[in-house]
Design a protein around this ligand. Structure first.
Ligand SMILES: NC(=O)c1ccc[n+]([C@@H]2O[C@H](COP(=O)([O-])OP(=O)(O)OC[C@H]3O[C@@H](n4cnc5c(N)ncnc54)[C@H](O)[C@@H]3O)[C@@H](O)[C@H]2O)c1
Length: 366
């Protein structure tokens, strides 16, 4: 049977491990997988754009396991009580092609995005960075806060979101997290005033400029996660021009990231090269570094593989009847004959199946 992790099972599993511990372990695993980047198949994700949003497929394989994620991004959804981002994914065995795990990935995406953000910041931010500005307090906010607190030692987060209820929710949800202070700010500029790290996590299907050059002090590390689609950016172009830019996979980020605002040959560094010691990260304490994050398939691969392993150890997954289990693998039709009597009235000796639902034509009609 294929393992199945729904939203409740995933939440229970993460809660049992502890969100901080789970995020830390995933950040370490993503870093480990980024260090073996050349072993993976890489391609820009397949995006289907519409007026309201985007639906994307994100596949990769390391030759042993194959993974893909289905994810959407619909910024106006929250006005209808729906999430901006939802996702699910599959982990499969390359040797047989059989799926091993079908998992919700709405929670896992939030955790892996935060884990990747924090892993990038631990690589690129100035030593001793402990104060973060968070612009945008939506669904990703708690996960980003926990990851930066746990992985990077951030002790104070100054938050700005025009939706005050969102900021209050963030404060309430993380009230019990010792060693992390969350302070509401009156504006994005105020939030950034004393920041070592700036995270932008807003959602609008537009060319926004929630972060302008004047808000970014020397030596700051910027973690930009909300600009992740053509025509959907958060940073003023001047911010990009004043920063050293790091990305996940340049061919995808040039289409979707903040750098879509720059010429197609603007210099960027893929983070995995820094992690492997093949490229320079931060060069001095004054440099402004920018992680232009759009989300890449290897991060989902890491999340699915970890979820699969942890769920197996905890017995957290359910069994999903997704692939037939046959005594004779050539007798696929046997599944139907076994089902006779359940869905059909019987088998006529001369004509095979009889007694199909009288409404069959109507039921199958388009
Ligand atoms: N890079 C990645 O891997 C990755 C992964 C997941 C989500 N995302 C993106 O991150 C962004 C946030 O996702 P989410 O699920 O939290 O969305 P969300 O809709 O739940 O929250 C967005 C928040 O931004 C706030 N906001 C809007 N304009 C603002 C402004 N000018 N200043 C401050 N706050 C503002 C909104 O009030 C809202 O609370 C989205 O754009 C999403 O597409 C990126």
């Amino acid at each position: 049977m294929v393992a199945y992790l729904g939203t409740k099972a995933t939440a229970a599993m993460v809660a049992r491990i502890g969100p901080g511990e789970f995020t830390q372990a995933l950040a370490d695993r993503i870093e480990r997988d980024f260090r073996r980047w050349p072993e993976f198949e890489t391609s820009a994700r397949l995006a289907s754009h519409s007026a309201r949003g985007v639906i994307e497929l994100m596949p990769t394989s390391d030759g042993r396991r194959y993974a893909f994620k289905y994810v959407n991004g619909h910024p106006a959804n929250t006005q209808e009580g729906l999430l901006t981002v939802t996702a699910f994914g599959v982990l499969a065995d390359v040797a047989t092609g059989y799926p091993l795990l079908v998992s919700e990935m709405t929670l896992l995406t939030a955790i892996r995005t935060a884990a990747t953000s924090a892993m990038a910041a631990r690589t690129l931010a100035r030593e001793g960075a402990s104060r973060m500005a968070l612009i945008g307090a939506g669904a990703q906010a708690e996960f980003q806060a926990i990851a930066f607190h746990r992985v990077c030692g951030v002790a104070r987060i100054d938050v700005f979101d025009p939706d005050r209820r969102a900021v209050a929710r963030l404060q309430t949800n993380l009230a019990g997290l010792a060693g992390l202070e969350i302070a509401p700010a009156a504006s994005a500029a105020e939030a950034c005033q004393h920041a070592d790290i700036i995270t932008t996590a807003t959602a609008a299907k537009s060319r926004a400029a929630v972060l302008t050059r004047g808000m970014v002090k020397r030596g700051v590390h910027i973690n930009a996660i909300g600009g992740d689609c053509p025509g959907k950016t958060e940073l003023e172009r001047d911010v990009l021009e004043g920063a050293r830019i790091f990305v996940e996979y340049a061919p995808q980020t040039r289409i979707e990231g903040e750098i879509q605002q720059l010429p197609p040959d603007a210099p960027v560094t893929e983070l995995w090269r820094v992690l492997r010691g093949e490229a320079q990260g931060r060069r001095n304490a004054d440099e402004i570094t920018l992680f232009d994050s759009v989300g890449f398939a290897i991060e989902d691969f890491s999340a699915l593989e970890m979820a699969h392993e942890v769920a197996a150890r905890l017995g957290a997954a359910a069994a999903l009847d997704l692939v037939p289990q046959l005594a004779d693998p050539k007798n696929l039709f046997g599944l139907l004959t076994d089902a006779v009597g359940v869905f059909h009235k019987g088998i006529d000796e001369r004509h095979g199946f009889v007694g199909q639902d009288a409404q069959a034509d109507a039921i199958c009609a388009p």
